[in-house]
Write a new protein. Sequence first.
Length: 235
Amino acid sequence: MREIIFDTETTGFDPATGDRMVEIGCIEMIGRVMTGNHYHAYFNPLRPMPAAAEQVHGLSDRFLSDKPVFADKADELLAFLGDSPLVAHNASFDFGFLNHELQYCGRTAVSMDRMVDTVALARVKNPGAKLSLDALCSRYGIDRSHRVKHGALLDAELLAQLYIELTGGRQIGLGLADNGVSDKVVDQTDDSSVQTSKIFRPARAHSASTEELVRHADFVAKIKDALWLQTGSSL
């Protein structure tokens, strides 16, 4: 199955108040394996970049001034996304900005049915743990030493590794069928080594021997004030 892991950078937290997407990074995975195909673009938001947002991702007004507006790249982005499931961390945030930009330039919004949220997956697997991308990368041993500032493509690459861990770990895709093992290997199996019928053995005797019963009686006789003697019961 083809899946797209993606991340966005924005001017703020809420597209409804005028915030815009300024970067998107997408990683293609097929059968939970990164193919090397990706999509990455910067966008001119046509509004000033707040200082707080620039501190997070480092994208300045000057850097973005010569970048295309989202509408100029929308069809190219949609072609890359296709109809694949879209995986994001805190996905409602990224979906909100993506769909706002698409609708703003007259394109159809992406169905929320395609959304896969790694925060939700991580919450199930790690209840009570910190769920930020940084914290989860540390938890699963994913190297993020090169992550100085947020970046959509870099974060998508880290998220792709995290997604693999959250959905089964490094051995996903190692099944015989997935690796193209031919029927010839199965045909060459030595049937003589396969047990095809059960062997029934008689039950072993578990009764105590006469000697064991004598030794047990001697042991019980040494017990003082035994409850079964007080109640009149016997062993």
